[in-house]
Design a binder for this molecule. Sequence first.
Ligand code: GAL
Length: 667
Amino acid sequence: MQLGVCYYPEQWPESYWPSDASRMVDMGISHVRIAEFAWSLIEPAPGQFDWAWLDRAIETLHSAGLKIILCTPTATPPKWLIDQDPSMLAVDANGNPKRFGSRRHYCFSSEKFRTQSRRITSAIVSRYGNHPAVVAWQTDNEYGCHSTVQSFSESAHQRYRNWLAKRYGTVHKLNAAWGTAFWSQTYRSFDEIDPPMQTVTEAHPALRLDWRRFGSDEVVEFNREQVDIIRAGSPGRLVTHNFMGFFTEFDHYKVSQNLDVAALDSYPIGFTQMFFLNAQEKQQWAEVGHPDIPSFHYDLYRGMCKGGKWWVMEQQPGPVNWAHWNPIPKDGMVRLWTWQAMMHGCGLVSYFRWRQTPYAQEQMHAGLLTPDDSEAQGAVEVRQLANEIKALTDHVPLPHLIVKAQVALVFDYETMWMAEIQPQGLDYNALEQVFRIYSALRSLGLSVDIVSTDADLSIYSCIILAAQWNVSDQLLLQLTQSTAHIVVASRAGSKSEHMSISQPMPPGALMRLAGVKVQRVGSMAHGSSVPLFVASAAGAQHAIATGRRWIEDLQCAGATKWWVNSQGKPIVTRHHQLTYVGTCLDDADWRNLLDNVCTQAGLATQRLADGLRISQWGPLTLAANFAETAAAWSPKALLAQSQTQAHKILLGDTLIPPQGIAIWQVH
Ligand code: GAL
């Protein structure tokens, strides 16, 4: 449980550095991340390196006792480099190149930029790879930020064709797999295939899906090239990348295969304003962030790297500058988010940024210090955290084991791409569907592992496919062999890997396990809903749930009806231990359904007060209160069935104040 900070020595007079470093240490910070945007200062002109300032900055931080996370600076290629060869710029879907003047303007597919990326990575690694202060490396910065995965450059065209040739072998196989007989789209050679740009109406969905896969693979390869250089030149150091929240343009699992630590950038209040939450939720959680946004990402990134190591590389310390609205977090939230991360197994929480800069694009973004060098609220909370963490870790041995939850929520990047390509209804949002189900589980006090389709599912009591449009043979085999209770949400198994309707009909590979066949599907206009009734209570007056956005016409083929529409047609069915849900439910209905299933699976659920969340990490249990009113809670609720266990409060109280936390040790 370490604390860190993102620091930009190049943005401040050198006279500040020593006191900055000693203030960090005094605040309880042990790690400092530097240099991810420093290319033009490291190499002011082609081949002319100015290491002197960075040498001094590193020495200053090192002599204060700080550990350094050093970055490759490829997110900001300098002006001279771009002017040397503008073909390194990314190109948008209208064929217009991006321009210099912000960041992330490079094209992942530019072989010329790849050469530059390897060159600057080698230079910085050979300079500092064995420096005793350097404990970890971050590759680049937030791959894909500002929608920069897809580039329609000439180089990307060619590499996409090569990628397709490798995947399909012959163009004949590609034509057959995609279904190019439709609209006269047959190709005679791979060279005829263009990326999905400037078409009159939508391009072929199979072509678009492969384009997304290709774009993702380009990021994986770009990252791996840097990682290989780092590993060779900086042995014994951890390698990480800082992923962006709610960002699905590339496969984070695949990038993580080459990393030691998956890191995420956590901006709960910004995310609350920028993503799919409705107006009422945005208002309700404006100053604290939706309670499940931080932990959704904690539970996702914990599953990324072998060994389960994960960090928060950038933690919101106060108001940000980039959301539609940028409220001030309530006092206590920086502490709450940090403790919650720690109680999901996080090894390091690092704040973005040390001092708010008075100039440039992010001048309105808070830091731990204000531009005039005084301590902002974030710093006050970091000081408190450092003391609390020390007191707690002095007393309790922390788990080194990889703690696993009892519920697995499968998360699949390819489904996110498929759903963006053909949503078949404006209100269907696959990412939101996964999040809403996650949130319902968390509101029941359950711990959740968010896992990839090839994770080992045999250890879970409950497995949930919230959005799984294609079901691979391997996933099917795991589900078939599992003794867990399984919940399958609508559209699962509905597509082949080439984005055509599955054979057999949806839910495709899952048809036998689910005991249902999807006959027809419909999307519902915004505001429309379908009342649902318990099948066994025929003629009931009151609906027990509501379906929205998406509805399926199911035929039971072995399954029994559980929830039906007003005509008695099945909408939610059960077959042995598998529950199939042919619509998108409201939050409260997901909660009821999952409570029922998880209880049957033998899990102890509890209906937590609005805004209260529980996290369990080895012997420690945390209760965090995001609500406006105090909430009472104690682990007794969890221990009901095993009276022999004892618990001791380590921090806080059983009456948890708004934005407060409490931590217990449970034997
Ligand atoms: C992140 C990014 C940082 C900074 C921050 C502001 O997305 O990695 O460089 O821009 O957002 O919140």
